[in-house]
Structure formats: structure tokens, C-alpha cells
Design a binder for this molecule. Sequence first.
Ligand SMILES: Cc1cc2nc3c(=O)[nH]c(=O)nc-3n(C[C@H](O)[C@H](O)[C@H](O)COP(=O)(O)O)c2cc1C
Length: 380
Amino acid sequence: MKLRFSPTGNLEAGDIKMQRDPLKTPLCDLLDVELPIVCFTHCREVAVAATRAGCFAVLGEALRSSDEIERDVQWIRDQVGDHFGVDLVLPSGAPRSDGPDQIYSEIPSTHTDFAKRVSEEFDVPEPSNEVVLRKWGGNNQMIAREQIEMALDQRVPVIATGLGAPEYLFQHARERGVKLISLVGSTRQALRQVERGADMIVAQGYDAAGHTGSVGTFSIVPEIASRLPGVPVIAAGGVTDGRHLAASLCLGAAGVWTGTVWLTTEESDVDPLVKARILTAQGEETTRSPSISGKTMRVLSCPWTEAWQREDAPSPLGSPYQMMLSSGYLQGANDARRPDLMTEAVGQGVRFVEDELPVERVVERLAEGARAALRARVAD
Ligand SMILES: Cc1cc2nc3c(=O)[nH]c(=O)nc-3n(C[C@H](O)[C@H](O)[C@H](O)COP(=O)(O)O)c2cc1C
């Protein structure tokens, strides 16, 4: 088998035997890391451990205030220097300045009544704690702008955006030398984001945790890589094993972007009850549902996602209304400490996440597994 890396790090026809280490792609130079692995996480301890193990870490900050972003950026910088990114979710349809109470008050009673029925049916208690997500279900464009301005002011080296990005982000990022990564779920979105100025594209397949499009990783990665020669394309969706990393490079990716695989690491702050569910879950136990946020999102199936597929369910609302609605159930399930009710964004590759390991060990397994898989294919 003949393989070679193009200048962007995307793998092309050539001879893999010529490469001293097939995992040294130009993405490693671009991000100044040892391995072509991006670790997406909400947990700063995971981010630091992944950076120390040779990956590039991107901290998910969409649900944090600008003050919290400042604090996290400073904390990570103190540990590992300027070697990380921040991810923000900036849906273009978010209200300009409406607060959570205003948004909640606009939800039709058909929907609040149905949500109440689901909670009663599954004995989900009324939340006893503050409904944390409700605050963010009402995330509006003013808050999003404050988050972006904080990330830019802090001179974060890389900003990643899921679900769209406003024009001023591209403009200000360029002026300040910040690299932009756009997560996309279709080729059309990828072309558009590059045209607007994205430096790297995360081609995210249907298999992935979180908001996804409708095309699988095996189709979307080579399609985008071949339509965007010269742009580093990073594969996401279902990468939880070294074979997935090897396959992603063979599909034309410059590296991988990973989320699910870090949820159960020793450093991760995911609720231990959810960690235990993830460690035994199979890919079929995840579902792609609009019932949590209003946009199709892959999560662990739970009574809430199942109920919204029933015939008596109203059509889920758009974002942010549906998130405001689901937040009461999610908080009640957490407060009740009932793993059968709880959920989390989890991808189909969950099947290969079986042990709670230190981040360093997960990285070793991904890298060693990929090298072994690539060697095995060229051995004869
Ligand atoms: C718990 C969790 C939360 C996520 N939240 C976000 C988010 O806030 N912003 C974002 O761009 N992607 C988010 N994602 C998606 C990841 O960035 C990534 O694309 C995805 O996890 C890749 O698929 P994988 O989980 O199969 O590795 C999330 C993923 C997980 C597991």
C-alpha cells in the first residue's frame, strides 16, 4: 500500500515506508504538537494532561461566562503555556438580548405540558438545585459576543467554533493572528467557512457526540479533504481507538478531533454515575435527537429522548427554546442521582471506551494503536 502526506498533512498516494513516523503530519507543525490528535474537553484538567501527553487541547467554553473564560485561559496558560484552544458555540439564530425568563415565557403550553408529563411518568423530581443549563439555554448574541471578545482579548492562540460563527470573529481573529477552526457537518458548510477565513476544518461525521449533520465520518472526511486541497481537514466522529486514527489519516485527514474518549478518563470531571454508564454503553445506546437542544445532537439515550419520538410528542422547538425546556428534566435527573434518567453527549465510538484510564494512557493507546494498524497494512 502506498501512502504519502501532502503539504497540508492530508494523506495521499505515496510510500508510507518512507515516513519515519506516520503520525508526524504537518498538522503537528501547524499546532506545534507531537501527535495529530486534538482533544476536545470541557474539563481543564483533561486539557492540561492531554497537552502534556502530546495532543492539542481545545477547551469547550460555550456554557461559561466571559469571566470564567478569563479564569480558565489563565489557569491553562500557567500550566502549559500558549498551547491550547477555546471552543465556543455561536448559533446564528440566537436571540439578540432576551434573557432566560423571557425565552422560557415564550414556550407554548403544549410543550411545557408534555415536558411535565414526561417528568411525572418517569418520576423525575422537580430540580432541587438551580437549573444551571436554563441560564445558558437562554444564551443570546450579547453573551456570545462577550465570550468572543474575552477569548480574543486573552490572545488565545486558537478559537474553534461549533454551529456557526459571526463575521466579526473572522475579522478580529485575522487582525490578532488567532487561528480559527470551524466544525462542520457538511461539505457545503466547509467550503463556506474556508471562504470566510477558517484556517482549519473539523469534518464531523454523524457518529460524533454532540451536534452532528447527517453524513457519516467515512464519507464526509474524504469528501471535504478532496474538495479543500491545501486546507488541513481534521476528522471527527467515532475516533476512540488507534484504528480510527489510522483510518482517518488514510481517508485524507491531517489529524483527528476527539470528544467521547476523554469523558471517562481519571482526570475528567464527568459525573461518576454517567462515567459508569459510558464505560458499558454500546454505540446503539446513543441517539441523534433534537429533544435536548433543538438541534440534532448525539447523546446517550434516556427517557427524555425516547419520549420525544413518540406519537403524542409535539415537534421539538428550535434552539434555545428546546434547551430551556429540557433543562428542567436534565437537572431533575441529576439531582435524583438516577443514572437511568441521566444523559450526556456521547458518540458511537463509545463501544471502545471500556476503562477509566489516565489521559496519558489514552493518548498512548491511540498513538500506538494507529502506528500498529498502519504498520500491519504495509508489512507485506
Ligand atoms: C460531552 C460533550 C460535549 C460537547 N460539547 C461541544 C461543544 O460545546 N462545542 C463543540 O463544538 N463541540 C462539542 N462536542 C463535540 C466535540 O467537539 C466533537 O466534535 C465530538 O465529540 C467528536 O466525536 P467523538 O465524540 O465521537 O470523538 C461535545 C462532545 C462531547 C462528548
